[in-house]
Design a protein around this ligand. Structure first.
Ligand code: ZN
Length: 324
């Protein structure tokens, strides 16, 4: 059902109403690259072949019951807006693309103010990425083991300002063991950002429940977003963390994903099958949800994490605000 007040998410193929996002994986990638690498070694990046493979994998995902993925691939991870738009159109999967940056801060930022970087992010969100006309719909930033360094603070403040200017939600990468989500929220609060517009990514990497409840108490969303990835904690622990959050009445603050991809420059052929066999987009629906249910998580909470929370978090535009 559509209400007059229903907001729209900005996707790579245009605006999508909240109710039409369906089941959403809140933090994934499609293609991960080192920007500039293929310029020197083009044979390492067979782009057309990769696009066809992305279409096959994502069409299969759509048929399995996922409607939308949020692609948190930033400039420093080789973002390719045209690829995302083509893959979305051909596969039928809705894709929300990101602006911002991951762990490699662009050199542009170092001696500039937050506003100067924010202006670029705002352009991605309102006019489109480069000349593609494809708009980003989420703002990504990362605070890792080093915590909030001076440069990271500039990035966080720029992301906060791009959010305040556009309404686009903020989705972060954190080092959960270092509790860097709380450090991010402190900077965002200082900029006047409502924590409910922030998804603290990789929160599912820790069973430090004091930390997780502090994030949820502040009003932020928690990304349990590395299922199948076998990093930072075991798969069994990862499932139990989400079950415990649901038991504690926090399902309204949690979203799910794998942080996986179709093609990554990091993985030689056959690597994933050997080392991360469960690290694919269907793992949450195929394996994690049944495990959560067996641990007592109600279906209504599963639906909150996959459908209702993303439908509240990702949409932010009214038709009158769409710059069209
Ligand atoms: Zn990621």
């Amino acid at each position: 059902m559509t209400t007059p007040t229903e907001l729209y998410a900005q996707t790579v193929t245009g605006l999508v109403q909240a109710h039409a996002l369906g089941r959403v994986l809140c933090h994934e990638h499609v293609v991960l690259r080192t920007p500039g690498f293929a310029e020197s070694y083009p044979w390492t990046y067979p782009r057309r072949e990769i696009i066809d493979r992305c279409v096959d994998v994502l069409a299969e995902l759509r048929d399995s019951g996922i409607s939308t993925i949020v692609d948190n691939t930033t400039i420093d991870l080789g973002r390719d807006a045209e690829l995302l738009a083509e893959v979305s159109q051909r596969s039928g999967i809705t894709i929300i693309a990101a602006t911002g940056c991951h762990l490699v801060t662009p050199r542009f930022v170092f001696n500039r103010s937050p506003d100067e970087f924010a202006a670029l992010l705002i352009r991605d969100l309102t006019e489109g990425i480069a000349a593609t006309g494809v708009r980003a719909g989420v703002i990504k930033c990362a605070t890792d083991e080093d915590g909030v360094t001076a440069t990271n603070e500039t990035v966080l403040r720029a992301c906060a300002r791009a959010h305040l200017a556009t309404g686009a939600p903020i989705s972060t990468h954190t080092h959960a063991a270092g509790r860097t989500g709380l450090a991010q929220l402190r900077i965002f609060a200082d900029e006047g950002v409502d924590p409910s517009r922030v998804l603290i990514g990789h929160s599912g990497d820790t069973d430090d429940f004091d930390y997780l409840h502090a994030l949820a108490d502040a009003g932020a969303y928690l990304g349990a977003d590395r299922f199948g990835g076998n990093v930072r904690c075991s798969e069994e622990t990862r499932v139990k963390i989400v079950a415990e959050l649901c038991r504690a009445g926090r399902a309204d603050r949690v979203m799910l994903a794998h942080d996986t991809n179709v093609w990554s420059e990091k993985e030689p052929p056959g690597w994933r099958e050997l080392h991360r066999p469960q690290w694919h987009y269907r793992h949450v629906l195929d394996d994690v949800v049944p495990e959560l249910r067996s641990l007592g998580v109600e279906q209504v909470d599963v639906d909150r994490m996959l459908v209702a929370n993303p439908a509240v978090f990702f949409p932010y535009l009214r038709p009158s605000q769409t710059h069209r």
